[in-house]
Design a binder for this molecule. Structure first.
Ligand SMILES: [Zn+2]
Length: 344
C-alpha cells in the first residue's frame, strides 16, 4: 500500500493539469506527422480495386498474416459497405456501449475510473481520463462533440432540463490512444462519427473485419455521461454558451476537476458506474429481481399454516443441509451430533 502517488494511474491523471491542453495538441500533431510519413497504408482507391500487388502489403484477414489478395480486397469492400449503411452521422453513447467489444468493456471497468470534462468550446468537450496500468503516459485525451448542443443553447427553458437530450443524443468522438488510432478511427470515419482527423487507411492488420467501436477511455466517458456530476457540468456549459457567444474555451478549475475525480473514485463500485450494454443491464436486473423474489418467499413462509407435515418437512431439510455441511468439513462430527440431538 506504500505506492507513491506518481505510480498510481488515478493520481497521475490530474498532474500538470494546466499543461493537459498543450499535451493533447502536441500528441495530435505528433500522430498526424507519423501518419503522413507512414508508407504502408492501404488507401481507399486501392480498396476500391486499384491495388498494385507489387506493394506487398499484408493483412491478418482470415486469422493469419499474409500478402493482400483480390479476395481480401473484395471482403474489405463488403465490410466497408456494411459499415457505411449502419451509420447516418453521429452515434449515441448508448449505441457506443451496446456495439463495443466485451474485452473493451472489461478493460474500461477494470482500469479506467476517471473521466473529467476539463475544457469545452461550444459543444466540443475535452475529457481527460486516467491511462491503463501498463501505459507509458499518465492520461488520455478524449474529445466528444455533442451534435444537439447548439439546439439546447438556443432552446427556451432551464439548461438542467436540456442536458438529457444532449448527452443521450447524437455525438462524435475521438481518443488519442493506440487502440482508437489503429483499430477504430477508420470505422469512426466511415461511420461519420469521428471528431478528430479522418482516417482513410483501411486497418488491414489490426482490424480487417472492422469489429468493435470504442476503446476503454471512450467507454468510460460514455458511461459517465449518465452520471449527475457530469450532467451538471454539461448544464453549466449550456449556460455559459448562452451568456458568452465568443466560443472561447471554458476551462474547469483544478479544484473542480479534483472534486469530480474524487467523486468518481468514491462511486467506483456502484452498479451504475459499470460500463454495461442494455442487455447486460437487463440481465443483471432480472437476476436481482429473482433473488429478491426468493428472499421474499422465504420471509413470508413462517406466516403460512404450520402443520405437523410442514414441521416434518422443514426438519428433514435441515438434517439434509447439516449433513452436507458436515461432509464438506464446515461442521465437525461433534457439532453435527449436537445439532441433530437438539432437534429431538
Ligand atoms: Zn482511447
Amino acid at each position: 500500500m506504500a505506492s507513491k502517488p506518481s505510480s498510481n494511474p488515478l493520481a497521475r491523471v490530474l498532474t500538470n493539469y494546466r499543461g493537459a491542453n498543450r499535451e493533447a495538441a502536441g500528441r495530435y500533431l505528433g500522430e498526424l506527422a507519423n501518419r503522413q510519413r507512414a508508407a504502408r497504408i492501404l488507401n481507399p482507391t486501392e480498396v476500391g480495386g486499384e491495388y498494385d500487388a507489387g506493394r506487398l502489403l499484408t493483412t491478418t484477414m482470415g486469422g493469419h498474416l499474409h500478402a493482400i489478395t483480390h479476395e481480401d480486397l473484395r471482403t474489405f469492400r463488403q465490410n466497408v459497405q456494411l459499415l457505411g449503411k449502419r451509420f447516418r452521422g453521429g452515434i449515441t453513447a448508448k449505441a457506443i456501449i451496446d456495439l463495443s467489444l466485451p474485452e473493451d468493456r472489461e478493460r474500461a471497468n477494470r482500469e479506467i475510473k476517471t473521466a473529467v470534462p476539463m475544457q469545452s468550446i461550444g459543444g466540443r468537450v475535452h475529457f481527460i481520463t486516467n491511462a491503463g496500468p501498463k501505459s507509458d503516459v499518465a492520461r488520455h485525451h478524449v474529445h466528444v462533440e455533442f451534435l444537439t448542443f447548439s439546439a439546447a443553447v438556443s432552446s427556451p427553458g432551464p439548461a438542467a432540463d436540456l442536458v438529457k437530450p444532449v448527452v443521450s443524443g447524437a455525438l462524435k468522438f475521438d481518443c488519442d490512444c493506440g487502440r482508437h488510432t489503429y483499430w477504430y478511427r477508420y470505422i469512426a470515419t466511415v461511420g461519420k462519427y469521428n471528431s478528430g482527423r479522418d482516417e482513410t487507411g483501411f486497418p488491414k492488420i489490426r482490424n480487417p473485419n472492422l469489429r468493435g467501436v470504442a476503446c476503454k477511455h471512450i467507454l468510460r466517458v460514455m458511461q459517465q455521461l449518465s452520471m449527475p456530476i457530469i450532467k451538471q457540468q454539461i448544464a453549466r456549459m449550456i449556460e455559459n454558451a448562452r451568456e458568452n457567444l465568443d466560443k472561447r474555451p471554458k476551462v474547469l478549475s483544478k479544484k473542480q476537476a479534483e472534486q469530480i475525480a474524487e467523486q468518481q473514485r468514491a462511486q467506483e463500485t456502484w452498479k451504475r458506474s459499470k460500463v454495461e450494454t442494455t442487455s447486460e443491464k437487463r440481465q443483471r436486473l432480472a437476476q436481482a429481481r429473482a433473488v429478491a423474489a426468493v428472499v421474499e418467499r422465504a420471509r413470508a413462509a413462517p406466516a403460512g399454516k404450520v402443520t405437523p407435515r410442514s414441521v416434518e418437512s422443514a426438519k428433514k431439510q435441515f438434517v439434509q443441509k447439516a449433513k452436507t455441511l458436515a461432509a464438506m468439513g464446515v461442521l465437525s462430527p461433534k457439532q453435527l451430533q449436537t445439532m441433530l440431538a437438539k432437534l429431538g
